[in-house]
Design a protein around this ligand. Structure first.
Ligand code: F0G
Length: 459
């Protein structure tokens, strides 16, 4: 029987959930045009849409918010956050922004020029969006093991460094604007990247003179996996491993809504390039606000300063990653195929294997999520072809290499009983999956369409 470290916290306040009937849920999803982002949260029982900004803050974080300094310029909260960043990363420049995509927005246009490419282990969808908006193209180079979902590999998020060199040689060094390492690699299933791989990638970036950027949304989880799985790392404090992750990079973007344990926030970090920092700041002022608040309230900056420290607490990480592992093991016991080993923040269920009769352009990952919502009130989301925007030139629907339904685990939020309910509900949906026919899109935007697209089921 799977188990995990009992939560190193207890519940002091609860948020009641509404339990709905299947009829209510069928009506709700129809009204949402079969887009899970269109549902009212009151119609959702267990919300696993994302781990982003959905975790619970600690009593210390709430207390710190009372000390928030709302000064427009030079707020104490800003300086408290800067001190914590210094302690964690040891870099020269940091800029708060309102979330991860804002960090991409203010940084990427200075690294990517029209016609250039960005190469990553895997770009997250907003990252691809901002590369595209800057006039560039996002190219992925994750190790092939990432696509082999049932074979154990400790670091399935690693960059395929041989392929990276091939790609740089193929495009030409001057056409590669940046190399992005996403830790953990969300789109490959929240899979970690090893320190050795980060170092090797940094060495290649340095050799070719290409800026090396870390997408640091889940840096603390990645550090925990390094501690657990990489040779020579098991006795080191998480904080030391975090420093090593950032040691050889030039810049980072961070959605602090994950490992920063806050509901809203983000950061840009720049190791030492003052010119780049000034350029990024020049976009912060018009888009995010003055530099010492960057789109956040003073109290948000304080909550983040505390959250960043709580987020690298080893007991917390052991318990949190234990929850994810527990759910993956329960699903495996029940015969529901999912990415193994489980990643950090989510369980990625293999929708292609469960719905082999639903082709990629009818969105199997999305279809499975809709069925599970109707059955049990659980909300997950597609990480497959549905989240890939059509090719801007041809309008064609790209086919994802993997068709996943993703079920995220918000931090410090749900209990083992919730996870058991998710596992048995998925088993039930899987047993009756033949009648699922997939969806067609009837309305969509050009960029990041999956948030607002309207769909219709095939009958
Ligand atoms: N990078 C990664 C790896 C992410 O997972 C996300 C967001 C972002 C950047 C953008 O950050 O949302 O703060 O603007 N991921 C969320 C998710 C939305 O559900 O995986 P943001």
């Amino acid at each position: 029987m799977a188990r995990y470290l009992p939560e190193p916290y207890r519940i002091k306040m609860v948020e009641p959930l509404r339990v709905t009937t299947k009829e209510e849920r069928s009506a709700a999803i129809r009204k949402a045009h079969y887009n899970l982002f269109g549902l009212k949260s009151d119609d959702v029982y267990i919300d696993m849409l994302t781990d982003s900004g959905t975790g619970a803050m600690s009593d210390r974080q709430w207390a710190s918010m009372m000390m928030g300094d709302e000064s427009y310029a030079g707020s104490r909260s800003y300086y408290r956050l800067m001190d914590v960043c210094d302690e964690l990363f040891g870099w020269k420049f940091y800029q708060p922004v309102h979330q991860g995509r804002a960090a991409e927005h203010v940084l990427f246009p200075h690294l990517i020029k029209k016609g250039q490419v960005s190469i990553s282990n895997m770009h997250f969808d907003t990252t691809t969006g901002h590369v595209t908006l800057a006039g560039g193209k996002a190219v992925n180079s994750v190790v092939p093991e990432a696509k082999d979902i049932s074979t154990y590999h400790p670091f399935k998020g690693n960059m395929d460094t041989e392929r990276l060199v091939e790609l740089i040689e193929m495009y030409g060094r001057e056409k590669v604007g940046m190399i992005v390492m996403t830790v953990t690699c969300n789109s490959a299933g929240g899979q970690p990247v090893s320190l050795a791989n980060i170092r090797k990638t940094a060495e290649i970036a340095r050799r070719y003179g290409i800026p090396f950027v870390i997408d640091a949304a889940r840096f603390a989880e990645n550090a925990f996996f390094i501690k657990e799985r990489e040779e020579g790392q098991s006795d080191r404090p998480i904080g030391d491993i975090v420093r090593d992750i950032f040691k050889d990079a030039d810049a980072f973007t961070m959605s602090a809504k994950k490992d920063g344990l806050v509901n809203m926030g983000g950061l840009v970090g720049i190791r030492e390039d003052e010119e780049l920092f000034r350029k990024a700041r020049s976009l912060v002022v018009p888009y995010e606000g003055f530099v010492s608040y960057g789109g956040l309230s003073g109290r948000d900056l304080d909550a983040l300063a505390v959250g960043l420290i709580e987020g690298i607490d080893e007991d917390f990480l052991r318990s949190y990653i234990g929850q994810t592992r527990y759910l993956a093991e329960r699903l495996t016991e029940l015969g529901v195929p999912c990415q193994l080993p489980a990643g950090g923040h989510a369980v990625f269920v293999d929708a292609r294997a469960i719905l082999p009769h639903v082709p990629y352009d009818r969105f199997p990952g999305h279809s499975l999520c809709v069925e599970l919502y109707r059955e049990a009130g659980i909300r997950g989301c597609d990480v497959g072809s549905f989240i890939l925007d059509p090719d801007p030139e041809t309008g064609e629907q790209p086919e994802a290499e993997m068709e996943f339904s993703r079920f995220c685990i918000p931090r410090r939020t749900y209990t083992q009983a919730h996870l058991d309910y998710v596992a048995t509900s998925l088993q039930k949906v899987m047993a009756d999956s033949e009648r699922v026919k997939g969806f067609r899109i009837v309305k969509q935007e050009k960029v990041l369409r999956h948030f607002t697209a309207e769909l219709e089921p095939y009958e």
